[in-house]
Design a protein around this ligand. Structure first.
Ligand SMILES: Cc1cc2nc3c(=O)[nH]c(=O)nc-3n(C[C@H](O)[C@H](O)[C@H](O)COP(=O)(O)O)c2cc1C
Length: 192
């Protein structure tokens, strides 16, 4: 017989991201964050390649990234409001973990499976933070796909990219539930 964990299941059935712009300080301290990162690193990873790593951004680093996002937006010809929004996501974040996808050479594990694993790490980190009582939000944005921004602002190598920026902080308001998928529309039951 299964040995249920009703608290864990209830969490998964009700979990909800908190918009990054509603998060305030403090975020988790280093020790608490280590626990959340440990949970995130316990994610499915075909071939044990560990195709991911973390960059913890706080304080002056977030202000530096905000400036880099502004510069990136100007270079890409983005509207001023878009640049300000992208910069604000870093400038106003209590703490942000960049989950870095690190593509590893492998004859066996396709690149896309390494990307899936990096995505799983983002969700695991988001869920660990929410389960620990923090507000958290997984964001990307155009800067996160710009090679210049990734190399200059985050020092990423060519085989590295940002799977997600996971912002973590104290929640100031809980958003209403958002529409969830119609399970019957996305599920096919096959028994023969
Ligand atoms: C890869 C990825 C990137 C995302 N990037 C953004 C983003 O840049 N801006 C945004 O508003 N939401 C973004 N989202 C969506 C947010 O995470 C959103 O808050 C989420 O859909 C809320 O869902 P939840 O309550 O089920 O966690 C992204 C989601 C994923 C999976």
């Amino acid at each position: 017989m299964p040995d249920p964990n009703p608290h864990a299941l209830d969490f998964l059935l009700t979990r909800r991201s908190r918009p990054a712009k509603t998060l305030s300080a403090p975020g988790p301290d280093a020790q608490r964050l280590r626990t959340l990162l440990t949970a995130a690193a316990r994610s499915p990873d075909h071939g044990k390649l560990e195709p991911w790593r973390f960059v913890v951004l706080q304080g002056a680093a977030l202000q530096r990234l905000a400036r880099a996002a502004e510069d990136c937006g100007a270079r890409l010809g983005k509207e001023e409001a878009d640049c300000a929004k992208a910069a604000g996501a870093f400038a106003n974040s209590p703490l942000c973990v960049a989950v870095i996808e690190v593509q590893k050479p492998s004859d066996k594990i396709p690149a896309i499976e390494q990307s899936y694993s990096a995505g799983a790490v983002c969700l695991a980190l988001l869920n660990a933070a929410l389960a620990d009582g923090w507000g958290a939000n997984w964001l990307s944005g155009w800067a996160s796909h710009d090679r210049g921004f990734l190399a200059d602002a985050l020092g990423l190598a060519p085989n590295e990219s940002v799977a997600g920026f996971v912002h973590i902080g104290t929640e100031t308001s809980a958003p209403p539930e958002r529409p969830r998928p119609d399970l019957d529309a996305i599920t096919t039951w096959v028994s023969e």
